[in-house]
Design a protein around this ligand. Structure first.
Ligand SMILES: [Zn+2]
Ligand SMILES: [Zn+2]
Ligand SMILES: [Zn+2]
Length: 141
């Protein structure tokens, strides 16, 4: 077992709200070449390129994804429109589908989007966890 066995049926590409500036979900706030992801927000279920776009568009507070949400397809790769689960995203430096590199700087903002223990996030991002079963995480189909 080396790779997640999830068959990836083509999920319909969600609409990305906010002030996007191109088709790869870059926005007026984060427009670097590697800023290619959009995130779904638990509070409203909508995708935004970044939390600033979210906060401009709505008045409610951000509700973050927790460790019960690791299987939520909450991250959209703007390059290939693949929707990643929270666990897939946190464990990946690049898109597992199209190999586009994610902005490592996004990790600085992880606490804005994810309410996860640092140890768990470290586990997910550690390379040698990739081949192990997920002992603590909910099962990944
Ligand atoms: Zn919201
Ligand atoms: Zn933005
Ligand atoms: Zn991709």
């Amino acid at each position: 077992m080396t790779a997640p066995s999830e068959a990836a049926p083509s999920r319909p590409t969600p609409q990305v709200h906010g002030r996007t500036i191109d088709a790869q979900t870059r926005c007026v706030h984060y427009g670097d070449p590697s800023d290619i992801i959009a995130l779904k927000f638990k509070c409203c279920g909508n995708f935004y390129p970044c939390y600033e776009c979210h906060d401009e568009a709505v008045t409610h507070a951000i509700e973050r994804w927790g460790d019960a949400d690791l299987n939520e397809h909450a991250v959209l790769c703007g390059a290939c429109s693949r929707q990643l689960t929270v666990a897939e995203y946190l464990g990946a430096a690049r898109c597992p589908a199209c190999d586009a590199e994610f902005n490592p700087g996004c990790k600085l903002h992880r606490d804005i989007y994810f309410d996860l223990p640092a140890t768990l996030a470290d586990d997910l991002t550690s390379p040698d966890r990739a081949e192990c079963g997920t002992a603590s995480a909910p099962h990944i189909p």
